[in-house]
Design a protein around this ligand. Structure first.
Ligand SMILES: Cc1cc2nc3c(=O)[nH]c(=O)nc-3n(C[C@H](O)[C@H](O)[C@H](O)COP(=O)(O)OP(=O)(O)OC[C@H]3O[C@@H](n4cnc5c(N)ncnc54)[C@H](O)[C@@H]3O)c2cc1C
Length: 339
C-alpha cells in the first residue's frame, strides 16, 4: 500500500488548518497500517509549506509548482493531482474536504480508474485494511466501510483530527512536472461578502438559529420583521456567532412573505440542510421539529427560546428551553453584550 496526502498551499504559501488536520489523520492512518506515506503539495511555491511539515514522518515530498497552480481551477488542480498520484504510485489518497478539493477528487478518481469517497469523518484500520466512517441519509446513519478498488481517494472532513503540529525542517521535495494544455478558464478574482455580512462562521463557538416565528404575527397582532432583523443582526455583530435557520424561514422568501433578507438556503440547518459543529447552540422562534433538530446532532449544549411550552425542544431536544418572547429576550441579551 502506498499512501499519498494531497494539499494545496494558501495564497500566503502556508497550509490551511483543514490541511493540517487531514495531515494529522493521514499520519495516524499510516502509523496504524505500518505503511510509509508521501506528501504531495500544489501551489505557486510550495517549498516553504513542505519545510513547515518536514518532520511529519513522510517518506517523501512531491510538489507541483508554478503560478498556474496557485488558484483553484479544476483543469490545473486535477492535472496536478493526477501527476502527483502517478508519481507516488498511490493506492490510497487523502486530501482535506475543502470546496477546492471536493470539486476535483471525483474527477481525479475517474482519471486514475479508482474510487473517491467524500465527507469522510473518520479513518481507521480493520483486519489490516483501511476503513472510513461516513454519514448517510442526511447524517442519520453512520457507516464504517472499506473498498477494494485502488486508488481509493478520500476527502477528509474538517475537525476529524487536531491540526498537525511539529517542528519545521528541510523537506527536500522532488518536483513533478505537469504538462498543461492551454487552460481555457481564467481566474479573474474572488468575490466574497464583507466579513460582517458573512453569517456562516464554522469556527464560531455558538450557532444562533432563527425560526419562522420571527416573521409571524406577535401578541399585539403585528408582524415585526424589521425589529427582528435589527435584533438578529445586532446579536450576530456582538456575539460573532454563526447564523442558522429553519427551512420554514428560508422558504418564506419564495412564498412572497416578509423575510429576513440576509438568510439563504445555505443557512438552513437540518435533514435537508447542514449539520454544523459548534460548542453551543441557541434556537429562537423555532418549533424544534425533528427534520430541523436532526441538524443539531453535533451541537454540544442546546438552548431554545420559544413561546410554546409544548414545542419539540421541550421534548428532550434542548438542554434548556426558555418559554419566553424571543424579541424581549434577545433585546435584553444584546443590551447585556453591548460594550
Ligand atoms: C422531508 C422534510 C425535510 C425537512 N427538512 C428540514 C430541514 O432540513 N430543516 C428545517 O429547519 N426544517 C425541515 N423541514 C421542515 C420542518 O419539519 C419544520 O416544518 C420546520 O423546521 C419548522 O420551522 P420553524 O420551527 O421555524 O417554524 P414553525 O413551525 O412555524 O414554528 C415557529 C415557532 O416560533 C414560535 N414563536 C413565534 N413567535 C415567537 C416569539 N416572539 N418568541 C419565541 N417564539 C416564538 C412559535 O411558538 C413556534 O413554536 C423538513 C420537513 C420535511 C417534511
Amino acid at each position: 500500500m502506498s499512501i499519498l496526502f494531497l494539499a494545496h498551499t494558501e495564497p500566503d504559501g502556508t497550509l490551511a488548518k483543514s490541511a493540517l488536520e487531514s495531515l494529522a489523520a493521514t499520519v495516524q492512518l499510516a502509523q496504524s497500517l505500518g505503511t510509509p506515506f508521501t506528501v504531495g503539495l500544489i501551489g505557486e511555491t510550495p517549498g516553504p509549506a513542505a519545510d513547515a511539515i518536514a518532520t511529519c514522518g513522510a517518506q517523501k515530498f512531491l510538489t507541483v509548482s508554478g503560478p498556474e497552480f496557485s488558484q483553484a481551477r479544476y483543469a490545473t488542480d486535477a492535472a496536478a493531482a493526477e501527476a502527483l498520484c502517478r508519481a507516488a504510485a498511490a493506492t490510497l489518497v487523502t486530501a482535506p474536504a475543502t470546496s477546492r478539493w471536493n470539486r476535483v477528487l471525483p474527477g481525479l478518481a475517474h482519471r486514475l480508474g479508482g474510487r473517491a469517497d467524500t465527507h469522510v469523518t473518520g479513518v481507521g484500520v480493520s483486519n489490516g485494511q483501511p476503513c472510513v466512517s461516513r454519514w448517510f441519509y442526511r447524517q442519520r446513519m453512520e457507516a464504517v466501510f472499506t473498498r477494494s478498488t485502488r486508488p481509493w481517494i478520500l476527502a477528509l472532513e474538517g475537525g476529524i483530527a487536531a491540526p498537525w503540529q511539529g517542528a519545521a525542517g528541510t523537506a527536500h521535495p522532488d518536483a513533478v512536472a505537469v504538462t498543461l494544455a492551454a487552460p481555457r478558464t481564467q481566474v479573474t478574482g474572488f468575490e466574497a461578502p464583507a466579513a460582517d455580512q458573512q453569517t456562516i462562521r464554522p469556527d464560531a463557538e455558538l450557532l444562533f438559529v432563527t425560526g419562522a416565528g420571527w416573521t409571524k404575527k406577535q401578541a399585539d397582532g403585528e408582524v415585526k420583521v424589521a425589529e427582528a432583523e435589527t435584533l438578529i443582526r445586532e446579536f450576530l455583530r456582538l456575539s460573532r456567532s454563526s447564523l442558522g435557520s429553519t427551512k420554514s424561514l428560508v422558504d418564506l422568501g419564495g412564498e412572497g412573505q416578509s423575510v429576513l433578507p440576509f438568510l439563504s438556503h445555505l443557512n438552513q440547518i437540518g435533514q435537508t440542510g447542514s449539520t454544523p459543529r459548534h460548542a453551543k447552540g441557541l434556537s429562537t422562534c423555532c418549533h424544534g421539529e425533528e427534520p430541523h433538530t436532526v441538524g443539531w446532532r453535533f451541537i454540544g449544549e442546546r438552548r431554545a427560546i420559544s413561546l410554546d411550552a409544548n414545542c419539540g425542544w421541550a421534548r428532550g431536544k434542548a438542554d434548556i428551553l426558555y418559554v419566553a418572547d424571543a424579541f424581549a429576550v434577545m433585546a435584553k441579551v444584546n443590551a447585556l453584550l453591548a460594550p
